[in-house]
Design a protein around this ligand. Structure first.
Ligand code: SF4
Length: 370
């Protein structure tokens, strides 16, 4: 499929994607533990710019220094490069299909993020890279141009607003924009050099909605800048703490923006602000089997939302390989015995879990009656 025909960007984040992995879903419905489809790997828990990465808000993220009585909310915690490479090798051997390098912190803050990205691709794994775009190593844009997806977190269109919101320098905003342009330009180069349309990255901006971004002019500028930088989509996400009423207000504002703004062809606006962040529909969580999360603390968690929390903790790969852990009876017990209703206040993957429960004989005994 040609890139310019790829218009239905809502499917990029559709819950229905779980049904593409029917062999795993079948194993799950038989009570077995399939290999994950995708693993999110936080190679760095440090980020140069304070942004909302899912998973960083839970209690185990912070680094406590009991002796000094201090708490570091931005710990300089990284997975050693050799360990990250071994984890990726494990994933390839297990038949994992995709690796998302994400926060925790910012994968770009890891000194070897270029080598780690290359290794994911060398092992024929799909690569996604979620970053603030600040601090990318020179040359990584050529590797990221061949990733499946790159998403840069950006939530305003002015350097001064960015610096105020994130407690950073105004030049960090320029760095994020430069990263977007560099990756878009590397993608054009790859296409000119003969790369297939399906083998170059989908480039997006993830925009956590907040008071400053609700303004029409701010949204307009952001979309125009995204288009100018060669971005494919802008993904609007809701900050976890928002009450529903505020989210409705944001969406009303956004609707007005969209009426007033002709979104250029080739740029998609994907709204996940109103995506249900309801309580899990039932105690069963199938998502944790298919898309676990490994933090830079070398703990394995059930999902990004529950990362760095006791309730989300599945185990650790500090003293064992990921294969050993995933195939252990300890992991099977943790996965099977988990009661999402008592542990998860909200679930961003409620739709995926509803689909997976529907596929399971245990949770839907009338599955053959269509
Ligand atoms: S029920 Fe939802 S929030 Fe809870 S562990 Fe599963 S995917 Fe995460």
């Amino acid at each position: 499929m040609k890139r310019d025909q790829f218009r239905d960007f809502d499917n990029l984040f559709s819950a229905h994607k779980v049904l593409r992995h029917s062999n795993r879903v079948e194993l799950l419905s038989e009570g077995k533990v399939p290999s994950p489809v995708c693993v999110r790997l936080a190679i760095s828990d440090y980020r140069p710019v304070q942004m909302d990465f899912e998973g960083e808000r839970n209690g185990m993220f912070d680094s406590q220094n009991a002796k000094a009585g201090t708490v570091d909310h931005n710990p300089r915690r990284f997975i050693e490069t050799d360990r990250a490479i071994a984890l990726i090798d494990n994933m390839a051997e297990m038949g994992v299909k995709a690796v998302e390098l994400t926060g925790g912190g910012d994968p770009a803050a890891h000194p070897d993020h270029l080598a780690i990205c290359k290794h994911v691709l060398e092992r024929n794994l799909d690569l996604s890279f979620v970053t603030t775009g600040v601090g990318l190593t020179g040359g990584v844009e050529d590797v990221l141009a061949k990733a499946s997806g790159v998403r840069v977190l950006l939530d305003c269109s002015r350097p001064s607003a960015y610096a105020t919101l994130h407690g950073c320098r105004e030049t960090d905003f320029s760095a994020a924009m430069d990263s977007l342009r560099l990756i878009a330009s590397a993608r054009r180069r790859a296409l000119r050099d003969g790369a297939d349309e399906n083998d170059v990255t989908v480039l997006g901006i993830e925009c956590p909605m907040h008071d400053g971004i609700n303004e029409l002019h701010e949204m307009k500028s952001l979309l125009q800048m995204a288009y100018g930088a060669g971005v494919d989509y802008v993904l609007l996400v809701r900050r976890a703490a928002w009450p529903a009423a505020q989210a409705v207000d944001v969406m009303n504002r956004l609707e007005r923006v969209l009426l007033d703004l002709s979104v250029p062809a080739g740029l998609a606006l994907i709204d996940r602000v109103m995506k249900t962040r309801s309580r899990p529909p039932r105690g069963f969580c199938g998502y944790q089997y298919l898309a676990p999360y490994i933090g830079a603390d070398l703990n394995v968690y059930r999902c990004p939302r529950m990362a760095y929390s006791e309730g989300g903790l599945l185990g650790s790969v500090a003293e064992q390989s990921f294969i050993e852990f995933w195939q252990s009876s300890e992991a099977a017990l943790e996965l099977r015995e988990f009661d999402a209703l008592s542990k998860c206040f909200i679930c961003p993957y409620a739709a995926e879990n509803a689909l997976l429960a529907c596929e399971s004989k245990e949770h839907n005994p009338l599955g053959n009656f269509l």
